[in-house]
Structures are given as structure tokens and as C-alpha cells.
Design a protein around this ligand. Structure first.
Ligand code: PRP
Ligand code: ZN
Length: 283
């Protein structure tokens, strides 16, 4: 049995649950709300505050954890970083009142900065040779300058709307963050094996992300040009159609080039273009 610690609520929660579900981990509803076992897979999920996840994984209360990079770096616990999960992206940034003129980190010299991330902030200030006063508070950091508690803040920025509504502006991005999969350093072989299976499933999901499956009919004489605009995983699959002049082509394309590729395919005479979502991809 592999015990996974996840955030019980907050910025990582929804996407973490979606990832587990897509990986085939369906949780049994139980009387215990904090620890749920999975159906058909030797995994149980432990719901914790995200600040507690690094330590729980380091000391073995949980075997692995899905946690924000901000908490993993701040806590500095002895746990292995197994995989960057690519979701819940945000950044730890310094922000100051929007009317201030900012010309560089020396602005912070002698100032008071409110934060819930004193370790990361201290190391940034030291690296930059800036002496400032770190005022540690656990929540609502963004209101500190407005109420005269600090000159600046160091906090998570995602959409930036919290800064805007508090008349602050982001001036230094210190640490880009995303969700991480971390693991205890001494997992026994049997747990490692379950972790490998979990990783295999996560990777299949990640590979499929942002990709579409395309099927189309193409005139045979345009086939070479059409294959050129379809950068599939390998070469596309080409099947002859009953009408000998036409072929059916199947391939995988990246969503971000979608409209560009479809436009080129149409101008090359492709017809009956079907675009399908890809759920998982195993290569
Ligand atoms: C962070 C941060 C801000 C907000 C920024 O809090 O402290 O309050 O997100 O996001 P935005 O740029 O999209 O407005 P979080 O949601 O992580 O909650 P917490 O402060 O309770 O940890
Ligand atoms: Zn916050």
C-alpha cells in the first residue's frame, strides 16, 4: 500500500483529484475523511494542509505527496523530488505599492517585507546583498502594506488579481512554482513498485495533454505535402480508400498549432477532417 498525501483544500486540490482520477485511482467513500483507500489500486490518500505535506513525506507518515513547489522549497525537508506535475503554476514574487518607482532590488534595502515564505525570501535577499526586515505572517499577506504593517510583500502570485485589488505591483519573480510529486527517501521496494506504476500512469496523462488525434481524407497526389504539415509522433498512418485516388490519414497534433495545421490541410485539399481528444498516450 502506498500512502499519498494531498492538499485537503486550496489551490492544488481540484487538479490533484482530477489527476488521481484520470490515473484510475477511485477513492472509496469511508467514515474516515482524512484517509481514503482506492478501489482496485494499492493506494490510500491522506488529506493534509499543504504546509504539512513535505514533513509528512520526509518522516514517513506519507510515502509520497503532491505539493506546491513553494511549500517544498520553503520547508527544505528531506524528501525526493520525483516529478514536476506541470499544473497549479504560480510564482513567488516580491510586490510593492503600485505608486512606488522601482529600479531594482536595492529598493528593498532597509524595508519591511511581509511573507509566509521567510526561508525563500531570506535566501533571495542574501543572494542579492539586500538587508531588509522580514515580517512573517501566516495569511492575508497582501493587506500588510495597506495597513502599514510592511512596505512590501513576498507572496504567491497566480492571476495577479490579488495584487491589483490591493494596489500592489509585482516587481521581482523569485521562484516559479508548480505542483510536484515528492517521495520519502527510504521507500521499500514494494512501495517503489507502486510508485513506478503511478508514474507510468501520470506520464501517459501528461503526454496526451494538449494533443489531438486527427483523421482526414486526402487526395493521393497531395499526400507528401499533407504528411509534411502533420508532425505526428512517428509518421502518420495512411490507409487507402475504396476510391483509389484518395487515402485516409491519421495523426497526432499539438493543440497549440491546431488552427494553423487545419488551415494548411484544407488548402492542400484535405476533406472530412475529424479531430478527437486523446485521453492517455503510451509510447
Ligand atoms: C495566494 C496568495 C494570494 C493569492 C494570489 O493565496 O497568498 O492571496 O493566492 O493569487 P492571484 O494572483 O490569482 O490573485 P492562496 O490561494 O494560495 O491561499 P493561502 O494564502 O491561503 O495559501
Ligand atoms: Zn495567500
Amino acid at each position: 500500500m502506498l500512502r499519498i498525501a494531498v492538499q485537503s483544500k486550496g489551490r492544488l486540490y481540484d487538479e490533484t483529484m482530477t489527476l488521481l482520477e484520470e490515473a484510475g485511482i477511485k477513492l472509496n467513500k469511508g467514515k474516515r475523511i482524512l484517509l481514503l483507500s482506492a478501489k482496485d489500486f494499492p493506494v490510500e490518500v491522506l488529506f493534509l494542509r499543504d504546509d504539512d505535506i513535505p514533513q509528512s513525506v520526509a518522516n514517513g507518515v506519507a510515502d509520497v505527496g503532491i505539493v506546491g513547489e513553494n511549500e517544498y522549497v520553503e520547508k527544505g525537508e528531506e524528501a525526493d523530488l520525483v516529478k514536476r506535475l506541470g499544473f497549479s503554476k504560480c510564482r513567488l514574487s516580491l510586490a510593492i505599492p503600485k505608486e512606488e518607482t522601482y529600479e531594482g532590488v536595492t529598493w528593498f534595502e532597509g524595508k519591511t517585507i511581509a511573507t509566509s515564505y521567510p526561508v525563500i525570501l531570506r535566501s533571495f535577499l542574501e543572494r542579492n546583498g539586500v538587508k531588509a526586515d522580514i515580517h512573517e505572517i501566516s495569511g492575508s499577506v497582501e493587506i500588510a502594506p495597506g495597513i502599514g504593517l510592511a512596505d512590501a510583500i513576498f507572496d504567491i502570485v497566480s492571476s495577479g488579481s490579488t495584487l491589483v485589488s490591493n494596489q500592489l505591483k509585482e516587481v521581482e519573480v523569485v521562484l516559479p512554482c508548480e505542483a510536484l510529486l515528492i517521495a520519502n527517501k527510504d521507500l521499500p521496494a514494494e512501495k517503489r513498485e507502486i510508485l513506478e506504476e503511478l508514474l507510468f500512469r501520470f506520464e501517459a496523462i501528461q503526454l496526451a495533454e494538449g494533443k489531438k488525434y486527427v483523421l482526414l481524407n486526402a487526395p493521393k497526389e497531395k499526400l507528401d505535402e499533407i504528411i509534411e504539415v502533420l508532425p505526428g509522433m512517428k509518421s502518420p498512418t495512411v490507409t487507402p480508400l475504396a476510391n483509389g485516388e484518395w487515402v485516409s490519414v491519421q495523426s497526432v497534433i499539438a493543440e497549440k498549432h491546431f488552427w494553423e495545421i487545419i488551415g494548411k490541410l484544407k488548402s492542400l485539399g484535405a476533406e472530412g477532417i475529424l479531430v478527437l481528444p486523446i485521453e492517455k498516450m503510451i509510447i
